[in-house]
Design a protein around this ligand. Sequence first.
Ligand code: ZN
Length: 132
Amino acid sequence: MVRDTVIQWRARLSRYRLVGGKCRECQKAFYPRVKSCPYCGSRSVDDVELPRVGRLVAYTAVYSVESEARSGSPVVVGLVDLGVARVVSEITDVADPDKLERGSQVEAVFRKLYEDGDEGVIVYGVKFRPRR
Ligand SMILES: [Zn+2]
């Protein structure tokens, strides 16, 4: 429990504020933020707050989700282009995945990610939804 809480605390910047990393060497941005640049391996990485609106590059819908916390399927997972970086995220508030369009605008929203059934810890974070 304590260890999990520490892990959640460390992940708060990327979860709640959509903070990724930006490499000082190659200038590329990425999400989630990691210690070493995934492009060039440099460990000179700064925090960078990413834009909250992007475009849906690709997506897939999962219709059979094995979880007690998930009653409303399908679950849609998409690749979102934020201009400076691409993010893989759940796409929420989608009643019919067939009506999603590649290239359409999506925006970051703050939602429940999952619930730890044993400890009762509810973890919140960023998902994306179609922009209206
Ligand atoms: Zn780099």
